[in-house]
Design a protein around this ligand. Structure first.
Ligand SMILES: [Zn+2]
Length: 343
């Protein structure tokens, strides 16, 4: 007989997070201190008021949601700020028993204030400090942005390859999807793939199923960021299931960007039941006002996932981590043992 699902149980559950943006996951109090030091004016002057402002409740679409990142990026333009934000991020996720995290960001958004090397090495230093203190493993995904020139995406892919022995595990394309096809950035994807880097791609969130097909067929995506609208194309849904392509799903964020009208109508249940590997993620802890445990709680209370299903989703995230196979197996064994010890 296993215990009922409670918030405490979900907080204790060992978890992995595969889709979370560094520039969407700052502590409001830290933002205020960094803004003070940098002489930047923020839209609110107390941590609570700033948290409220940053929380995206009423965005009309993905584009409006993305506007909030201008605010966080305004205090992320020094190496000290990036190191601190990355360090605090690891300690925050570790506190809710996230044992493995892949955090993503676009180094180009911290340039020209910083050199590329600084924009890469400062967050890595912060992540290493967080790892040493908490034992949580942190890896990095570099993003190109659909709204930046394809040449910038290629630069990010090259940087990812250059730093892959230092914790960069994959390349992603993020940003406004509608009218900005991923195929414009094929050179970056090809470079990453040819150099053995893993690939994920935001798709099927702000745009339809063609964007998911393009991510898989033209951009070598091994995982899909969101993929919410996959159900609109039955053939593609079967292909994703048959190939076992994991979906990085973000329940609250998908509601905030109006990709789904409400969490209770999120298609994750349909995909899970169909045998598609699904994972739960926050996307942006600040803009979405959630922790990963909150997302598991929503999956339980709003979509009826029971304890064994939530444990399967948690394990699925570890299984689809972009880690070397041996390292991944060792991590999964540790997590499985930990799961058995939870009453
Ligand atoms: Zn995202």
């Amino acid at each position: 007989m296993t215990a009922a699902v409670t918030r405490e149980l979900l907080a204790r559950l060992p978890k992995a997070e595969l889709h979370v943006h560094l520039d969407g996951s700052l502590r409001p109090a830290t933002m205020l201190e960094l803004a003070d030091a940098a002489g930047v004016t923020l839209p609110a002057d107390s941590p609570q008021a700033l948290a409220d402002h940053m929380l995206v409740r009423e965005a009309k679409n993905l584009e409006e949601y993305l506007d909030r990142f201008v605010v966080t990026l305004s205090v992320m333009q020094t190496t000290a700020a990036l190191e601190r934000i990355a360090y605090e991020f690891v300690t925050d996720v570790a506190r809710e028993n996230v044992r493995y995290v892949e955090v993503r960001y676009c180094p180009a958004l911290h340039m020209p204030a910083l050199s590329l090397e600084e924009a890469v090495e400062a967050p890595l230093a912060g992540l290493r400090r967080g790892e040493a203190e908490t034992g949580t493993i942190a890896r990095v995904i570099f993003c190109g942005l659909r709204t930046l020139p394809p040449a910038t995406s290629l630069d990010m892919a090259r940087a990812a390859v250059r730093y892959r022995d230092h914790g960069i595990v994959a390349f992603d394309l993020a940003g406004a999807e509608a009218r900005h096809p991923a195929a414009d950035h094929v050179d970056a994807f090809r470079y990453a793939a040819e150099h053995g880097l893993a690939i994920t791609c935001h798709a099927g969130e702000g745009d339809g199923t063609a964007s998911i097909r393009q991510a898989i067929e033209r951009c070598h995506a091994q995982r899909i960021g969101h993929g919410v609208r996959l159900h609109e194309d039955g053939d593609l849904e079967r292909l994703v299931r048959d190939r076992g392509i994991p979906l990085e799903m973000c329940l609250t964020s998908n509601m905030h960007t109006r990709t789904v009208p409400d969490v209770s109508r999120h298609p994750i249940r349909r995909y899970f039941d169909a045998g598609i590997p699904v994972t739960l993620n926050t996307d942006s802890r600040l803009m979405d006002g959630v922790s990963l445990s909150d997302e598991y709680w929503k999956a339980h209370t709003r979509l009826g996932f029971d304890r064994s299903e939530l444990e399967r989703i948690s394990l699925s995230a570890f299984e689809h981590a972009f880690l070397p196979e041996a390292e991944k197996r060792a991590l999964i064994e540790r997590v499985a043992r930990e799961l058995e010890e939870i009453p």
